[in-house]
Write a protein that binds this ligand. Sequence first.
Ligand code: ATP
Length: 278
Amino acid sequence: MSDLSITEALTSDDIVIEGTVGTTTAEDAKMSMRNVNVFYGDKQAIKNVSLDLARNQVTALIGPSGCGKSTFLRCLNRMNDTIPICRVEGELKLEEQDIYAKKLDPVLLRARVGMVFQKPNPFPKSIYDNVAYGPRIHGLAANRAELDEIVVSSLQKAGLFGEVKDRLDAPGTGLSGGQQQRLCIARTIAVSPEVILMDEPASALDPIATAVIEELIDELKEKYTIAIVTHSMQQAARVSQATAYFHMGHLVEMGKTEQIFTNPTHELTENYITGRFG
Ligand SMILES: Nc1ncnc2c1ncn2[C@@H]1O[C@H](COP(=O)(O)OP(=O)(O)OP(=O)(O)O)[C@@H](O)[C@H]1O
């Protein structure tokens, strides 16, 4: 394919992408998705995507704006349930559990598969209460001492405790952007999730706060399985072990991050990572 035809193909709605190249399965999968299709009304946003999230790894979902990264991520803890016109088809499993099973309570699923959003969104409550909120509604602490312990250890794991330990009663909204995002990560961790989904978690932050979040993501993978949507290829390369390249609803290519960024197989992936499209 010449560059011109690639450019045409990249901007055409008629592009045909057959299957996914690379490795989409993991030996030790924490989550497995097979033949996932997602529709908003009549419009199909995800087209027959299959991939695994490997346990204790960071998987980056990358691709041009509108390719379906966030839609796919939101399927993994049923956040799309909140969009009435959205319909999800296919098999989505958290270990052996079908996460779309009728009997499954999405609120409990979201405690197991937590989510951190693009814009830090602390509740208008104290730092303490932000982190204690989840454990309280899920009844995870028998008494105040246990709750204190969860709050402190969650703030520690999110790398924020040292900065806020003397002002746990202060409002969470009074923290800096980067601190607020770490507070949101602490809030997610507080309910002991198994998987953490991150939708562009650093895009609203300055480079220093971004570096802190990236270091934290690297530490968090020791305990959790992580999927991150990012527009920053440098960030994907820095924090992830596996990368999935989406294009117009298709999963074009997936593999080890190093290979995707140094030696991609598909021309569409190569064009994206070399900055010819995006
Ligand atoms: N709530 C919605 N209702 C209707 N269509 C939607 C909705 N959310 C997303 N879409 C459409 O689904 C497609 C995929 O969107 P999505 O937000 O998942 O892409 P993305 O790759 O995450 O984009 P971005 O990088 O810009 O955030 C787009 O065509 C978008 O317009």
